[in-house]
Write a protein that binds this ligand. Structure first.
Ligand SMILES: Cc1cc2nc3c(=O)[nH]c(=O)nc-3n(C[C@H](O)[C@H](O)[C@H](O)COP(=O)(O)O)c2cc1C
Length: 192
């Protein structure tokens, strides 16, 4: 296959058919920390739009601060039902407020309220204060659409390198590396 995004979608759909994991869209997202150390955490890849991987989260938490300073990022997926690893490297770009609103509205209500009341990554003094703030928003905005907090962001990751590792039951696993050359993707096979 010449296009790694089509290949990604095909393999992901296959994984979705078989998987029973709770968050199959989970992937490891790595940024370069402000101290220069790589920093990884799991996020959910919301979708792939126009060949870009979409993630969301708090702009004021570490990931938001880090991508503001350094747009070089990586994603790694491990799909356990089909035994596929996907590694993505690329540049990240913040999406506009229409996009963050759209992804915020797609969150379940509990997660929306948590995004509103909890400044992700700040030191927690007393969980009771957060629970109280949660209740206030829950009751005050009952039955109403919740507005996107200014801290909530959506980003696109524009890939330039994507590698698939497909475990197979023989001795040698398949490794296919795609690299962007201008507007086209070239692919090579790597030794496992
Ligand atoms: C399976 C899984 C999915 C997650 N999805 C997201 C997500 O989509 N967005 C997000 O901000 N945090 C998500 N988290 C929480 C992050 O791993 C992390 O704890 C949080 O975003 C704070 O990271 P930061 O301090 O680097 O900003 C997820 C965690 C797990 C385990």
């Amino acid at each position: 296959m010449n296009n790694p995004i089509l290949y990604f979608n095909e393999l992901y759909q296959e994984e979705l058919k078989h998987t029973s994991v709770k968050i199959p869209s989970a992937c490891c997202f790595t940024t370069i920390g402000v101290d220069g150390f790589p920093n990884s955490r799991f996020v959910s890849c919301k979708e792939v739009v126009n060949d870009h991987f979409i993630i969301t989260g708090s702009k004021t938490a570490r990931k938001g601060i880090e991508v503001e300073q350094n747009s070089k990022v990586a994603l790694a997926f491990w799909w356990t039902s089909t035994n596929v690893q996907v590694r993505v490297q690329g540049l990240i770009n913040e999406l506009d407020s229409d996009s963050s609103n759209k992804y915020f509205q797609e969150r379940n209500r509990e997660s929306q309220i948590v995004s509103i009341v909890s400044n992700q990554g700040e030191v927690l003094d007393d969980i009771a204060n957060l629970e109280q703030a949660y209740k206030v928003v829950e009751e005050e905005y009952r039955e109403q659409v919740l507005s996107t907090p200014t801290s909530f962001g959506a980003w696109e990751i524009i890939p330039f390198r994507i590698e698939f590792l497909i475990f197979i039951d023989s001795r040698f696993h398949n490794r296919i590396l795609y690299e962007k050359e201008g507007d086209a993707w070239k692919h090579t096979l790597l030794k496992p």
